[in-house]
Design a binder for this molecule. Structure first.
Ligand code: BES
Ligand code: ZN
Ligand code: ZN
Length: 508
């Protein structure tokens, strides 16, 4: 049912201060719209033999602007693409410029291309632009049409032996090489995550998420234990089972652990991701208009899976645990009903007001299990949790909830660096009153049309046992977004880069 997309075996080479030209037949020169633009264009004009006056008139280095120059052999490249990055581009803007470039040009790009960092105004941003450019080029090759039966055109640029050469100044070559490898490693994981999140629900029952984790763990070196329904019952993950009651597919509870050999006294970080493989709302059923997007309600799980994989690939010196409770939320005679009182792994009882507030239920069990079995120093959960968060931020930011200022700061820093935006919202205890239940320890919904993202976070907090370093990210608005890939919203891979950046900063 689930087959991985074939991996491209692109060869990447660094060429120090190289003139380019001979081995590649296309060269990209990324150029920002800033101070030295004029000097840069003068240099490019000289090198390529095009008139500077016209070049200045026609190319403004606006973000995603592409200007193609055809030159004789042994100039820069037979085809030289000037790629505009806009003014003072952020990491994410460099990624999106390259992604857009690769997506637009993939049918005409040759299999051997170069990226020139000696003929541009990269300045101090070399490692960042190298990472971003490789990353963008790779994810720009993404093809969302994987279930189309028509034969795929095999573009030169997506062939196995595609070669990318980077021409860089002779500074800090090792750091540039690391950046190049990171850009590629991240992209490979992000492409996998795109496929998982974009997959229709019938292609990704909870067992498929588990299989994905097992396969990635074997390949990249982290342990994976998958609990199936019987074991989930034995463990007493009652809230996960409650959500799963209406489903014909058994749930899975995926526990992943990455711990590099010989690592002592490392910080232990626990990640928990919402793995709802389709959210109909249950008996509190959702309107049908946008229900198809609820195949992406495992975006939090995808972020955790991707972060586990990328952390292992990059061999980060950190002890990382990932937990994904996975199920769909379906309608059936056996489904839980509003007013039901259910149990949970923590021992606390929950009154169900709305069966569409299911994510917080399975996360309650994931968080409680994480704390009991791993006692992590830092605990972070990610979930496509509330429409309220979407209404607050649109698709431009996720919501960040934490009482820990230091942890919030570190996550906001990683967010700033990667461009995967989050913004902090409060967790004031006054909001606890909204979810007080008369009959159980807590209820899963306030019944009010206001404060939805915050009360959802307060609900989760109830199951964190006052963990001093817990953060929740509501990524409902950002797990999918508009892009060049599709006429519909599609996966962004949100969280993978952010989490790995956060972990990297932590161990530096
Ligand atoms: N999966 C949804 C949240 C969601 C909404 C994700 C839109 C992506 C886009 C979640 O399970 C949900 O249904 N939340 C409800 C909770 C409410 C019933 C308390 C919501 O936010 O409306
Ligand atoms: Zn729901
Ligand atoms: Zn949901």
């Amino acid at each position: 049912m689930w087959v991985k997309n074939p991996q491209n075996k692109t060869i990447m080479r660094l060429k120090i201060n190289n003139k380019a030209g001979s081995s590649v037949s296309a060269v990209i020169i990324p150029v920002a719209k800033q101070g030295s633009l004029e000097n840069i264009l003068a240099k490019i004009a000289t090198k390529t033999g095009v008139p500077l006056k016209l070049l200045k008139e026609d190319f403004k280095a606006n973000h995603k602007e592409i200007h193609t120059l055809y030159t004789e052999e042994n100039k820069v490249g037979k085809r030289t693409f000037l790629l505009g990055l806009g003014e003072a581009p952020t990491f994410a803007e460099v990624v999106s410029a390259f992604r857009s470039f690769a997506f637009k040009k993939k049918t005409i790009l040759p299999s051997k291309i170069g990226i020139h960092f000696n003929l541009n105004n990269v300045g101090k941003n070399l490692t960042s632009w190298v990472d971003a450019s490789i990353n963008g080029l790779f994810i720009g090759r993404y093809d969302i049409g994987r279930y189309k039966t028509e034969e795929k055109t095999n573009f030169a640029f997506s062939k196995k032996d595609t070669l990318i050469e980077l021409y860089v100044p002779k500074v800090n070559v090792k750091a540039v090489e690391n950046a190049m490898n990171k850009g590629r490693a991240a992209a490979e994981t992000q492409l996998e995550i795109f496929d998982l999140v974009n997959a229709p629900s019938n292609m990704k029952p909870p067992q498929v998420l588990a299989d994905w984790a097992v396969k990635s763990g074997k390949k990249n070196g982290f342990k994976v234990k998958v609990f199936k329904k019987k074991e989930i019952e034995k463990l007493g993950l009652h809230a996960l089972l409650a959500v799963n009651r209406g489903s014909e597919l058994p749930p899975t509870f995926i526990v992943m652990e990455y711990k590099p050999k010989g690592l002592k006294n490392a910080k232990k970080v626990g990640l928990v991701g919402k793995g709802v493989t389709f959210d109909t709302g249950g008996l509190s059923i959702k309107p049908s208009t946008n229900m198809h997007y609820m195949k992406t309600d495992m975006g939090g799980a995808a972020a955790v899976l991707g972060a586990m994989e990328l952390t292992a690939k990059l061999n980060l010196p950190i002890h990382l645990i990932g937990i994904v409770p996975a199920t769909d939320n379906s309608v059936d005679a056996l489904s839980i009903k509003p007013s039901d009182v259910i149990q949970s792994y923590s021992g606390k009882s929950i009154e169900i007001i709305d069966t569409d507030a299911e994510g917080r239920l399975i996360l309650a069990d994931g968080l409680a299990y994480m704390i009991k079995h791993f006692a992590p120093d830092v605990l972070i959960d990610l979930a496509t949790l509330t429409g309220s968060c979407v209404r607050t931020f649109g698709s431009l930011s996720g919501g960040l909830f934490s009482k820990n200022d230091e942890l919030s700061k570190a996550l906001l820093k990683a967010s700033e660096q990667t461009g995967e935006r989050i913004w902090r919202l409060p967790l004031w205890d006054d909001y606890k009153n909204y979810i007080k239940s008369d009959v159980a320890d807590i209820k899963n919904f306030s019944g009010l049309p206001t404060g939805g993202a915050i009360t959802a976070a307060k609900f989760l907090e109830f199951f964190t046992d006052n963990h001093p370093s817990w953060a929740h990210m509501d990524i409902a608005g950002v797990a999918v977004s508009d892009s060049e890939y599709s006429s519909q919203k599609s996966a962004t891979g949100f969280g993978v880069r952010l989490l790995v950046e956060f972990l990297e900063n932590m161990v530096q």
